[in-house]
Design a protein. Sequence first.
Length: 146
Amino acid sequence: MNNIDNKINRTDEQLLFEKEIGKWLKKTRLSKSKINPLTGRTMVVTQSKLAKHLGVTFQQVQKYEGGANGLGLFKFRQCCVFFNTDPRDVLEIVDVEMWNNKQHPIIEINKEQNAEKVTTKVSSYQALASGGYNEAINKEQNVEKD
C-alpha cells in the first residue's frame, strides 16, 4: 500500500520496531567508545564513521537512529558486524523494549481490578514483617474471600 509520496505506509508495530532498532543503534554507537592510548582522549564511534562502514551518509544514520527510516536487513547485519554483536541478541533486546513500551489493554484492566488486592497483600506482608502473624493471616483470608 503506497501513499502519495510513494512511501510504504507502515503499521504502528513497524514504526515502534524501527524506533527501537534506532534506539539500539544510537545507544550501541555511543557506548562503543575507546581511549586513545597516545593522547588519552576518548574516541567515540561517530555517525560519520558508522555511515562510512554502511555506505550511506551520516544523515541517513541520523534517520536510522531516530526511527524515521527503517534499517534494512543487510544494513542491520552490517551494523551487527561493525559492533561485533549477535543479531539475535539485538532482536531479543528490541523485542523486550517493544513489549515494555507497547500498551497492553489486558494488563491495564487487570491492574485496575487487582489494585485493591495488591494493596491488601502488601499490607498483610508488612504486618507479617512487623511480627503480626495473626493480622497478616486475617488480611490474606479477606483477600481470598473477594
